[in-house]
Design a protein around this ligand. Structure first.
Ligand code: 5GP
Length: 201
């Protein structure tokens, strides 16, 4: 047996449309210790997205190779045929900078990361006030077809059923209140000393 020390990880997860991105941006502005963990993804860049800032945009073949090489802390096919994953090298890069990685990832990916990094990880689930409200928000973005709206709403209901797996749940009824709640949780998390665990080796 020996003592194993894990570095800190902050996970922000939510169904799409719950306001996860706004809360993540807010936290990044408030806490300079946080660094956004840039995921690898096989979808193409949208609008103003930049390589190495929003994602590492890679081909499916390159993604499969990284799975084989065990380079991912977790990966998921988030949408049909589109892969997303957190690279272990990205976590190491951030830890080596004495910062705490912030993972904006889907619910299943978040559960995997929690299982792999069982201590010193804070997971926050952002919950939409209701599925009706989520529908309204997605409609007001104006980017959904009837079909994709229905798919996202179904996926959201499914994802909400996992909320008990996370350390904290914040209902995003009003964005400023949700940000304040997230601020309190993250502030306490960053101040907490690192825990060590015993591992058999
Ligand atoms: P988008 O294509 O809209 O940028 O992201 C789609 C979804 O993929 C979002 O819910 C986002 O949080 C999730 N996502 C982004 N990166 C990762 C990742 O590395 N792993 C997992 N599991 N999900 C991710």
């Amino acid at each position: 047996m020996s003592l194993h020390s894990y570095q800190k990880i902050l996970i922000i997860t939510a169904p799409s449309g719950a306001g996860k991105t706004s809360i993540t941006h807010y936290l990044m502005q408030q806490f300079p210790q946080l660094a956004f963990s840039v995921s690898a993804a096989t979808r193409s860049a949208r609008g103003s997205e930049k390589e190495g800032v929003d994602y590492y945009f890679i081909t499916e073949a390159a993604f499969q190779q990284k799975i084989k090489n065990k380079e991912f802390a977790e990966w998921e096919m988030v949408y049909q045929g589109k892969y997303y994953g957190t690279l272990k090298s990205e976590l190491e890069r951030i830890w080596n900078n004495q910062q705490v990685p912030v993972l904006d990832i889907d619910v299943k990916g978040a559960i995997h990361v929690q299982n792999q990094y069982p201590v010193n990880t804070l997971s926050i689930f952002i919950e939409p006030p209701s599925v009706e409200e989520l529908k309204k928000r997605l409609l007001s973005r104006g980017t959904e077809t009837d079909e994709s709206l229905a798919a996202r709403v179904n996926k959201a209901s499914y994802e909400i059923s996992f909320k008990a797996h996370f350390d904290e749940v914040i209902v995003n009824d009003q964005l400023d209140k949700a940000c304040a709640a997230a601020h309190r949780l993250v502030s306490a998390f960053l101040e907490k000393p690192l825990e060590t665990v015993e591992s058999a080796d």
